[in-house]
Write a protein that binds this ligand. Structure first.
Ligand SMILES: CSCCC(=O)C(=O)COP(=O)(O)O
Ligand SMILES: [Mg+2]
Length: 236
């Protein structure tokens, strides 16, 4: 059975790991000390700092945020603040999202064929929309039916995928989850979803034998019977 929904990870799947680690994360690391002071009275900033204090009561929030960034911790208040920092960078033109070149043409073809597309990333929904809203080809957010983040739970937890399916009204076996991280794929499979391991040579991802392996988005399509980008697709 062909998937009716394709649920996509971002880092290592649709964007190079280097874009996240060498461009986005350093930008946020530099911007956050000023941002959390300058915008301290904004509810989103205040809530993220409050949650940081709650999770790490013995540490000064900026020190905790810096330590999380060093560990690449997927923690909701850090992800919220990083998203606010990146919004400033995209707005002033300093940031432009880098996607793998096979991504948008293939997603357009799948959407044109009636496949629903969605994002599930540790990055906040706001940050996801910024990435797809600032690609070299313009705003591609209209391709997606749903954006999902850590509010659904951690990406390595079976319950998160069950919650996503329930929230969106999807039958799990109709959903194909594509990610570069095997533990995330194991969790999605545990909830009844189809899975595909994205192994991008540029990212140094190592293929295993637990999940079907693809090296780019068209190969995902071949494995799961989805159309290729030779289908005429109007750019969103
Ligand atoms: C979507 S914002 C940038 C990516 C990010 O912050 C991140 O932690 C990547 O996580 P993913 O779940 O997409 O691997
Ligand atoms: Mg990933």
């Amino acid at each position: 059975m062909k998937p009716k929904v394709v649920l996509l990870d971002i880092e290592g799947t649709t964007t190079p790991v280097s874009f996240v680690h060498d461009v986005l994360f350093p930008y946020a690391r530099k911007a956050l000390p000023d941002l959390i002071v300058r915008r301290a009275s904004e509810p989103a900033v205040a809530a993220a700092l409050e949650e940081t204090r709650r999770l790490a009561p013995d540490m000064e929030p900026l020190a905790r945020l810096n330590a999380w960034m060093k560990e690449d911790a997927k923690v909701a208040p850090l992800k919220a603040l990083q998203g606010l920092a990146w919004a400033e960078g995209y707005a002033d033109g300093e940031l432009v999202a880098t996607l793998y070149p096979d991504v948008l043409p293939t997603l357009r073809a799948w959407r044109k064929a009636g496949v629903k597309l969605a994002v599930y990333s540790s990055g906040s929904v706001a940050a996801q929309k910024l990435i797809y809203g600032h690609t070299a080809e313009g705003d591609a957010t209209a391709l997606f039916d749903a954006f999902l983040d850590l509010a659904m739970g951690g990406k390595k937890d079976v319950a998160s995928y069950a919650k996503i399916a329930e929230t969106e009204g999807w039958v799990p076996r109709d959903v194909l989850f594509v990610s570069d991280v095997v533990a995330e794929l194991d969790a999605a499979r545990g909830a009844g979803m189809k899975t595909c391991h994205m192994v991008r040579a540029q990212d140094g991802t190592v293929a295993g034998d637990a999940h079907p392996v693809a090296h780019d988005m068209p190969e995902v399509g071949v494995l799961f019977g989805l159309p290729g980008d030779d289908v005429t697709a109007d750019a969103p």
